[in-house]
Design a protein around this ligand. Sequence first.
Ligand SMILES: CC(C)(COP(=O)(O)OP(=O)(O)OC[C@H]1O[C@@H](n2cnc3c(N)ncnc32)[C@H](O)[C@@H]1OP(=O)(O)O)[C@@H](O)C(=O)NCCC(=O)NCCS
Length: 161
Amino acid sequence: MEQLILRFMDYDDVPAVVAVCRKCFGKHVAPRKKYLDDTVSNWRYFYFVAELDGKIVACTGARVADWFEDYEDAKTDTAKIEIVAVDPDYHGQGIGTKLFTKLIDTLEERGVVGMALNVHPSNTPAIEFYEHFGFNYHEAPRPIITGRETALMTRIKCATN
Ligand SMILES: CC(C)(COP(=O)(O)OP(=O)(O)OC[C@H]1O[C@@H](n2cnc3c(N)ncnc32)[C@H](O)[C@@H]1OP(=O)(O)O)[C@@H](O)C(=O)NCCC(=O)NCCS
């Protein structure tokens, strides 16, 4: 029987996470290994992986506070979702839902009430996915560079969430 483990990302996971992101977004958009390495031990970042029978098949991560904020006076009640990526070979199996639930729950346990993310307006599966989690879609402004449209989705924690 297949065993799905959801856990914090570790240094050893980073190459596999880069590979999953490259499969999802392509080489030029996927995060660099160095960036992901830096998230592992940094209090600002919450990155999780889904491991199916020992194989990394998905990753999601968020950042609280900006890079210039010190730990003591950082604003940690909002978070920017940076990555949600499920290996295309494993789409539609509920893995994204389970992993993203883990991220959202963890952020809320740490006091995050507001979350935001960027999504391409044509990425209907992702938009529907985020709407399931209570994210609201905001119309994309006209991009500075044609083809670089980016819509914003936000979620504010409320009693019904
Ligand atoms: C969006 C994504 C994370 C969903 O992960 P997943 O594991 O496939 O999703 P789940 O199996 O948990 O499905 C949850 C919901 O997502 C949506 N969804 C997932 N795959 C979909 C597809 N191929 N077409 C349409 N909707 C889809 C559906 O609303 C689905 O709900 P349903 O099962 O009730 O229909 C995944 O498709 C992915 O990694 N896409 C590529 C990377 C990407 O675009 N990330 C977001 C960048 S902003």
